[in-house]
Every structure is written in structure tokens, then in C-alpha cells.
Design a binder for this molecule. Structure first.
Ligand code: MG
Ligand code: MG
Length: 285
């Protein structure tokens, strides 16, 4: 959830970016990021275990913060750019950066939960969109396609490819279904900072952009709208919502670029186990 406020700036940056601000990670640093990502996965599972209709989203935030602090780590988003919470919780037409609140979850809601953790000086970052009870078939399809696009993108995150190969993989896959890619928000490098170079857009051209080298750690995070691509900021000055009010989906992994195959540092394993054990939630393939 890197907010590249000016789209044109974002474009220019992508195509002229030098590699001098990119920090490639040593194997030891990668393991520290994996540890932070592991705690993100645990926080997701803690949240997934209690999600149900009637629960206020601020309760999810409390549970996630407790889980992170119990593991001697610190919420990565809290205080970042003034963000007030541990989680970004974005419901239905909310795309990202939603604020935990007294809003009570309802049957049929889709809820994007984005979580960051910092431990040992390194961040981890991962997001998942949850279904509260029976969600409309067309909305579940949006989630499923968005999740698959994340893995299509990860397949391209190998040494020798370029950022544009990742971007193109997401865009090509989701546009087949007539969904649209949010332009104003992009994935990003991850390390000692939550948002490092390079930016990782979810749209773009094959063969363009920064070349991927061994040890590059990035968060890949498709944000995909059922309807039109346009988004706007809500009155709270944080939450990004779709301009047409239709649902949006968001899935994110932190990965490290390797030679044959990217290594996925974050994990959905714990949260998927929690969904299985929570009768109020359904998972999507
Ligand atoms: Mg991110
Ligand atoms: Mg995130």
C-alpha cells in the first residue's frame, strides 16, 4: 500500500528509476524479514479466528496488536505517516487504508486486512481479503481472481526478469475478467523501511522497469476493482474507496527474488487454518 499520490510522478519514477536506492538483502537479512512476515501471518490468524458478523473492526485491531506485542515485535503501520492503527481494515468498496472503527461486520462483507510488523529492524507486510459468511458469487469471483493474480505475479519475480513482467502478469490476468487495476497504489520494496524502492505497480509492460536481481525483497499486492479503476479518498482522509462504489479486493505477499523461483516470505498458512476453524468465515480458492 504505497501511496504514490501523483500518478504521473509514479510513472516517471518507474521508468527513470536508477538502482542506487535499492537495497538488496543478504541471506541473514532475508531471514529477519521472514521472521517479521511470520509474525504478520500469526496476527492475521488471530484476527481470522474471531471475525464474525456483529464484531467491531476495532476489536480486530486490538487483537492483532496484542498478538504482535506478545511476540516482542511492534506494529509496522501504527504511527507510520501518522496512521493511527495496527491494521488497515477495508470493507467492500474500500480498497485500502481503511481505519479500524466501531463499524460492525455484516454477513456478506468482504474485508481486506493489511498488516505490517517490525522486528529486529526489519519489516514484514501482507494482506488478505476475508469473506464474512455468505458472500455474493460475483464478489467471491473477484477475490479469487485477485488472489490468483498475486501468484501469477510471483511466478515472474525471478532473476533476470523486470518489474514490468510482474506488473503485466497481474494486469493481463485480471483484465481477462473485465476487472480493473487500481493505478494510484502500488507494491514496494521491503526492508529496514516499510516502503523502499522499487515501486511495484499492478499494471505495466513486459520487459520494462528495474531488472530483478537476487536478494531483492518486494511486496507484491494487487488491488483490483470489480468495476472501474478510479478511486478516491474518503472523508476520514485515509480510506481509499472505489469511485463507483463497487467492491475491491487486495492480497499481498512479501517475497525475495531468487534465480529459479521467488521465495515467499509471508504466509497465508496460519490464517487459512483459522478460517477453516471459524464457521463464520468462508475461504476462497
Ligand atoms: Mg505493502
Ligand atoms: Mg500491506
Amino acid at each position: 500500500m504505497f501511496d504514490s499520490t501523483e500518478l504521473t510522478t509514479c510513472f516517471r519514477k518507474i521508468h527513470t528509476l536508477s538502482t542506487k536506492n535499492i537495497y538488496y538483502k543478504t541471506d541473514d537479512e532475508v531471514e529477519l524479514i521472514r521472521h517479521s512476515c511470520h509474525l504478520v501471518g500469526k496476527a492475521h490468524a488471530a484476527v481470522a479466528a474471531i471475525m464474525r458478523p456483529g464484531l467491531q473492526t476495532q476489536r480486530l485491531d486490538e487483537i492483532a496488536e496484542q498478538c504482535i506485542r506478545d511476540n516482542n515485535a511492534v506494529p509496522g503501520f501504527k504511527g507510520y505517516d501518522g496512521f493511527p492503527a495496527t491494521l488497515c481494515i477495508s470493507v467492500n468498496e474500500q480498497v485500502v487504508h481503511g481505519l479500524p472503527s466501531t463499524y460492525e461486520l455484516r454477513e456478506g462483507d468482504v474485508v481486506s486486512v493489511d498488516c505490517g510488523v517490525i522486528a529486529n529492524g526489519f519489516y514484514g507486510d501482507s494482506a488478505y481479503t476475508y469473506c464474512i459468511g455468505e458472500v455474493k458469487e460475483e464478489t467471491r469471483k473477484l477475490l479469487s481472481v485477485t488472489k490468483k493474480s498475486l501468484y501469477k505475479a510471483i511466478e515472474k519475480a525471478i532473476v533476470g526478469n523486470r518489474i514490468g513482467d510482474i506488473s503485466f502478469a497481474v494486469q493481463q490476468y485480471v483484465e481477462q475478467y473485465r476487472y480493473s487495476v487500481v493505478r494510484e497504489l502500488v507494491g514496494h520494496g521491503v526492508g529496514r523501511s516499510l516502503h523502499e524502492e522499487p515501486q511495484v505497480p499492478n499494471y505495466g509492460q513486459r520487459g520494462k522497469g528495474v531488472k530483478l536481481l537476487d536478494g531483492l525483497v518486494i511486496a507484491i499486492e494487487p488491488m483490483i476493482n470489480m468495476g472501474r479503476k478510479e478511486v478516491k479518498k474518503a472523508a476520514d482522509d485515509w480510506t481509499i474507496v472505489t469511485a463507483d462504489g463497487k467492491p475491491s479486493a487486495h492480497f499481498e505477499h512479501t517475497i525475495v527474488v531468487r534465480k529459479q523461483k521467488a521465495d515467499i516470505l509471508s504466509t497465508f498458512e496460519y490464517l487459512q487454518e483459522a478460517i477453516k476453524n471459524n464457521p463464520e468465515l468462508i475461504d476462497i480458492p
